[in-house]
Ligand binder design. Structure first.
Ligand code: SF4
Length: 121
């Protein structure tokens, strides 16, 4: 069975776009329901150390499908592409999820929709 990972990226915690939600409660809900195999929060995935984290997260946990909740999926794709290539991870196995300006229940809902597109896990 494909191993799923969810990362939550929050623009260093200083961007107002993420201040309406409780990021820990968002991740906690997803892990409590066992919708993914591993969850983590990172303050800035698009920084150099974020690149390194992505590569080690993907290979260390042997992730088959990666979900990143944070800024726009298009931006994420551009920023993470090189790290994925270095980790041997294919772009088709990545799903970016926009959660900016959402509150906790709204963020949980959009992440769940991405994880369970047809209402089935
Ligand atoms: S990847 Fe997106 S959400 Fe994360 S720090 Fe960079 S711009 Fe912000």
């Amino acid at each position: 069975m494909a191993k799923k990972g969810l990362l939550l990226c929050v623009c260093q915690g200083t961007c107002p776009s993420f201040h309406k939600m409780n990021i820990f409660e968002v991740l906690n809900e997803i892990r409590r329901e066992k919708l993914v195999d591993v969850v983590a929060v990172h303050p800035q995935l698009c920084a150099d150390d974020g690149d390194q984290f992505l590569e080690s997260f993907l290979s260390g946990h042997q992730i088959d499908k990666l979900y990143v909740a944070g800024c726009s999926p298009t931006m994420q794709e551009k920023m993470f592409r090189d790290s994925f290539a270095r980790a041997g991870f294919e772009l088709k196995d990545f799903v970016g999820i926009e959660i900016r300006n959402l509150d906790t229940p709204q963020a949980i809902e959009v992440i769940k929709k991405a994880l369970i597109p047809n209402g089935k896990n």
